[in-house]
Design a protein around this ligand. Structure first.
Ligand code: AMP
Ligand code: MN
Ligand code: MN
Ligand code: MN
Length: 283
């Protein structure tokens, strides 16, 4: 399906996690693209939202929403849940983020250990300096491996060491899916299952994930995603329509250079099914 320009972006990243534009840079690009609603969803943090509220230059024509993409495990697999509209200024939410900070720290240490054991040279402080306070993740290590000539590009670093099922696929630090959904909902947010096509699950297994996700309070599923196979999209639309699950989506923008994930561009909303954007506007 072709990606079209939307007025909403509900899934994107800044330098507060593994994106390459600053939070202000993402906001300015959204303005340039004439978006009307922007949800910044950095991995495990809403620091970009807080920064923009305090120091950013915001426009009347582009509403900024709080959000975050939480890392979780479900049946020993890594699954991402986007949260939108939480009270991210509250101590309760900031305690959630603090737990993630700790989890990322111990995971980073573990990653260094397992990757060094593979023979890679990793300068911990250089990676930290480069990440500049962002939630530290595999993409930062991938960039370092490219910069030091140990990998040709990020894709190769993921293929060899960091991707799903490889030595660097360290996920034991993340909370269970149920915990993340509870954290989002308890703080007034909407929980959205991110990019269902990226988990390499059979339809049967994906249905199980959807059932578990909604059983613990998850409300929406990303259905309009760039590069989602059309057959899966149709099945997801049917599934959501039958069960009154809200239909969401977004580009998962990380950097301007990637042509298939441009900010604000993703497939059109399906004609049928309840839409997350309507619920957000009425909330
Ligand atoms: P982490 O938050 O450390 O688990 O890293 C996950 C992030 O790595 C994802 O959000 C993507 O941005 C990036 N990523 C995952 N798989 C790949 C891949 N095969 N190639 C490049 N980047 C990837
Ligand atoms: Mn990412
Ligand atoms: Mn994700
Ligand atoms: Mn994402």
């Amino acid at each position: 399906m072709t990606n079209i320009a939307h007025t909403w972006e509900m899934h994107c990243h800044s330098t507060f996690s593994d994106g390459t534009l600053s939070a202000q840079g993402v906001y300015d690009l959204a303005l340039e693209r004439q978006l009307e609603h922007l949800v910044l969803t950095d991995h495990d943090t809403a620091a970009g939202y807080r920064w923009l509220r305090e120091h950013g230059t915001l426009s009347e024509s582009l509403r900024l929403w709080p959000g975050a993409e939480l890392s979780t495990v479900w049946m020993k697999r890594s699954v991402h849940i986007v949260g939108i509209g939480m009270d991210v200024m509250s101590p309760a939410w900031q305690a959630v983020e603090a737990r993630y900070d700790q989890a990322r720290e111990s995971r980073f240490e573990r990653l260094l250990f397992v990757l060094r054991r593979e023979g890679l040279t990793l300068d911990e402080s250089a990676i930290r300096v480069q990440a500049d306070g962002a939630t530290l993740g595999r993409p930062h290590i991938a960039r370092y491996l490219v910069d030091t000539g140990q990998a040709k590009d990020s894709a190769q670093a993921f293929k060899r060491w960091l991707g799903n099922g490889k030595v660097g696929d360290v996920k034991q630090s993340w909370p269970e899916l149920e915990q993340a959904v509870a954290d989002i909902v308890a703080n007034g947010g909407w929980a959205v299952l991110a990019h269902p096509h990226r988990y390499k699950l059979t339809w049967r297994k994906l249905e199980q994930l959807l059932d578990d996700f909604t059983a613990v309070g998850g409300q929406a599923v990303e259905v309009s995603c760039p590069a989602m196979p059309p057959a899966m999209r149709q099945r997801l639309v049917d599934h959501c329509c039958e069960r009154d699950i809200l239909i969401g989506g977004g580009s998962d923008f990380h950097q301007p250079e990637v042509p298939w994930a441009r900010l604000g561009f993703y497939p059109q909303w399906p004609s049928l099914g309840p839409k997350l954007v309507d619920s957000l506007l009425n909330s």
